[in-house]
Design a protein around this ligand. Structure first.
Ligand SMILES: Nc1ncnc2c1ncn2[C@@H]1O[C@H](COP(=O)(O)OP(=O)(O)OP(=O)(O)O)[C@@H](O)[C@H]1O
Ligand SMILES: [Mg+2]
Length: 507
C-alpha cells in the first residue's frame, strides 16, 4: 500500500498537557482519511505539526516514503502539503488573487505579474468547480467563498496532500454539499485528503477510513463503510452518545421578548431586517431557521445592542430596549452566545479567568469598592470550566488563544448560561463541538427552558432547530416567512419557507 504521508509516534506537549501522545497515522494515496476526536483531543495540533507550524517533541514524519523535517509551512508547501485552517488566515482588505499569491508573488525582476497569477487562479477555479472571482476583496465575500480561496491557495502551490481542519463547521448546508463535490473532484485528480470533522454524517458520506483520537492517543483506525456512526461516536467519547434530546412537554409562561415591526440595516446600508415581528415566552425555545445571510446576524445584533435599530421596537419584559446600551441589556437579563467566537466571544489574549467574568467583573461579588476579588473570580472560572468540561493545559490561567476551537466554544456557552439569563440568545451554540459536548449543551439549553427562561436559538443546522425548538420561526430576506410547531411540520416544509416560499403558499 502506497502511503503519501506517515506520521509515526508523534508526541507534542504544551504546558500542562500532552496534546499528542505517541500518535501514528497513515494517509494512503487517493483516499480521504477522517480524523475524529473530542474537543481538545489533539487533531489540530497533529495537523499543525504536519504543516510545519509546530515542531514535535518526538516522532518521525515520512512524505512519499522519505523521512522529512518540516521546519515551517514553506517546507510543507514544497513537499506538496497544504492546509485549510480551522480559523481562516486571509488578509481581509486584500483581493482573492493577492491572498493566494501572498509570499510567492510572481515577478519578473522587480515587476509583479499579478495578471498571470489571476489567469492561473481562474483556470484552477474552473477546473475544480470552485467558482471564485480572483478580483473580489476577501471582506466582501461569503465564508464559503473564503474557504474556497483557501483551497485555491493550496492548489496554486501544487499541493498533493490537502488537510482540511473542520471545513464544514462554518458552512451552510448548501455550501457543505458543494464542498463535498469539490473534495470528490480533488480525489479524482489523484490528490489525498485528511479531513477533520465532528460530523459523523460527513465522515460516513465521504471518508474512506477514520482514525479516532481521544485525549492525545489513537484509539483505532476503521474502514468507514463497515462501521456505524454510533460505533465511531462511542470509540471517540468512550461511552454511548444519546442523539435524541429529551424534552418534557411544558406550558410556556409570560412573554419575555416581543419584537415588533423591526427594521435594521446591514453594514452595506441595505435593509437587512424588514419589519420583523416575533415573540418568545418564558419556558420556550424558539428556533430561528434560515439560510445564512438572510438577516439573522443583523437581527441578533439589533437585539443585543451591537447594531442600530432603524425603527420598530424590542420589548424585553415589557420595556422597550431598542436603544439601550449593550451593558444595560445584559444587566436586564439578556445573554448572548455570539456567532463568531473569536471576534465577539472571547478576548484571545486574556486568560480564561478574565474571559469568564468579562461582562460581570465590575459587579459584586467580583468587585468590592473598586477592587477585583481575584480568588473569587478564579474559583468561579474554575467551577464553570469544570461544569462545562472546558479543557485547557493550565486551567483558568490558560490564555483563551491556546484552547482548542471546541473548548473556546464550550467556555462561551458556559459563561452565558451561568448568568441564568431571562433571555438567552444562542447563535450556533454547538458549532465545532464534538457529539458528546453537543449532547451536553443541548441539555443545558433545555434546562434553561424548563426553569421558565426564554431561549432564542439561531442555527443553520436544521436538525438542531427541529430537535430543540418548541416553535420554529423562519426568516428569509429579512422577513418572517413561517411560524410552526415542530410536530406539525417537517424539514421539507421548513426548507421551502427558508427559500422564501411563505407559509401556506404551496399546496
Ligand atoms: N498553542 C497552544 N498553547 C497551549 N496549549 C495548546 C496550544 N495549542 C493547543 N493546545 C492544547 O492542546 C490540546 C489539543 O488542542 P487541539 O487544538 O489540537 O485540539 P482539537 O482536537 O483540534 O480540538 P477541537 O475539536 O476543539 O478543535 C488542547 O488541550 C489545547 O488546549
Ligand atoms: Mg481543532
Amino acid at each position: 500500500m502506497e502511503h503519501v504521508v506517515e506520521m509515526l509516534n508523534i508526541t507534542k506537549a504544551f504546558p500542562g498537557i500532552v496534546a499528542n501522545d505517541d500518535i501514528s497515522i497513515q494517509l494512503r494515496k487517493g483516499e480521504i482519511l477522517a480524523l475524529l476526536g473530542e474537543n481538545g483531543a489533539g487533531k489540530s495540533t497533529l495537523m499543525s505539526i504536519l504543516f510545519g507550524l509546530y515542531t514535535p517533541d518526538a516522532g518521525t514524519i515520512k512524505v512519499f516514503g522519505k523521512t522529512v523535517n518540516i521546519a515551517n509551512p514553506n517546507v510543507a508547501n514544497a513537499l506538496g502539503i497544504g492546509m485549510v485552517h480551522q480559523h481562516f488566515k486571509l488578509v481581509h482588505n486584500f483581493t482573492v488573487t493577492e491572498n493566494i499569491v501572498l509570499g510567492m508573488e510572481p515577478h519578473v525582476g522587480p515587476f509583479l505579474k499579478t495578471r498571470d497569477a489571476a489567469a492561473k487562479i481562474r483556470a484552477l477555479s474552473k477546473h475544480y468547480g470552485l467558482n471564485v472571482d480572483p478580483d473580489a476583496k476577501i471582506e466582501d465575500v461569503s465564508v464559503g467563498m473564503q474557504q474556497r480561496v483557501e483551497i485555491l491557495k493550496m492548489l496554486y502551490r501544487d499541493a498533493e496532500v490537502l488537510i482540511f481542519d473542520e471545513p464544514t463547521a462554518v458552512l451552510t448546508p448548501q455550501e457543505i454539499i458543494e464542498l463535498m463535490k469539490i473534495m470528490r473532484n480533488l480525489i479524482a485528480e489523484g490528490k489525498s485528503i485528511i479531513l477533520i470533522t465532528h460530523k459523523l454524517k460527513e465522515i460516513k458520506e465521504i471518508a474512506d477510513r477514520c482514525t479516532v483520537i481521544r485525549r492525545g492517543k489513537v484509539i483505532g483506525t476503521v474502514d468507514v463503510a463497515g462501521t456505524t456512526s454510533a460505533q465511531m461516536a462511542e470509540m471517540m467519547v468512550g461511552r454511548q452518545v444519546n442523539f435524541n434530546v429529551d424534552k418534557p412537554a411544558k406550558q410556556c409562561g409570560d412573554v419575555v421578548l416581543e419584537i415588533k415591526d423591526l427594521r435594521v440595516q446591514s453594514s452595506r446600508k441595505t435593509e437587512a431586517v424588514k419589519g420583523f415581528s416575533l415573540t418568545v415566552h418564558g419556558g420556550e425555545i424558539v428556533g430561528l431557521a434560515g439560510v445564512d445571510g438572510n438577516g439573522q446576524t443583523e437581527l441578533v445584533e439589533a437585539l443585543t445592542g451591537l447594531r442600530h435599530v432603524e425603527s420598530g421596537s424590542i420589548l424585553f419584559q415589557g420595556q422597550d430596549i431598542a436603544h439601550h446600551s449593550i451593558r444595560d441589556r445584559i444587566r436586564a437579563g439578556m445573554a448572548h452566545i455570539p456567532e463568531d467566537r473569536q471576534k465577539r466571544g472571547l478576548v484571545l489574549d486574556y486568560t480564561m479567568e478574565e474571559n469568564m467574568v468579562l461582562e460581570i467583573y465590575g459587579l459584586p461579588p467580583f468587585a468590592k469598592r473598586g477592587f477585583l476579588q481575584k480568588p473569587l473570580i478564579r474559583a468561579y472560572a474554575e467551577k464553570l470550566m469544570q461544569d462545562f468540561d472546558v479543557r485547557a493545559g493550565e486551567g483558568s490561567l490558560s490564555l483563551a488563544r491556546g484552547l482548542s476551537g471546541g473548548n473556546q466554544q464550550k467556555a462561551i456557552v458556559g459563561r452565558e448560561v451561568a448568568h441564568d439569563p431571562m433571555l438567552l440568545i444562542a447563535v450556533q451554540p454547538t458549532r465545532g463541538l464534538d457529539v458528546g459536548s453537543i449532547e451536553y449543551i443541548h441539555r443545558r439549553l433545555v434546562e434553561q427552558r424548563n426553569s421558565g427562561k426564554a431561549v432564542l436559538l439561531v442555527s443553520l443546522e436544521l436538525d438542531e432547530i427541529m430537535d430543540l425548538s418548541d416553535r420554529i420561526a423562519v426568516i428569509s430576506h429579512g422577513e418572517l416567512t413561517g411560524l410552526k410547531y415542530p410536530k406539525e411540520t417537517n424539514e421539507g416544509e421548513i426548507g421551502l419557507m427558508m427559500a422564501g416560499v411563505a407559509e401556506g403558499a404551496h399546496q
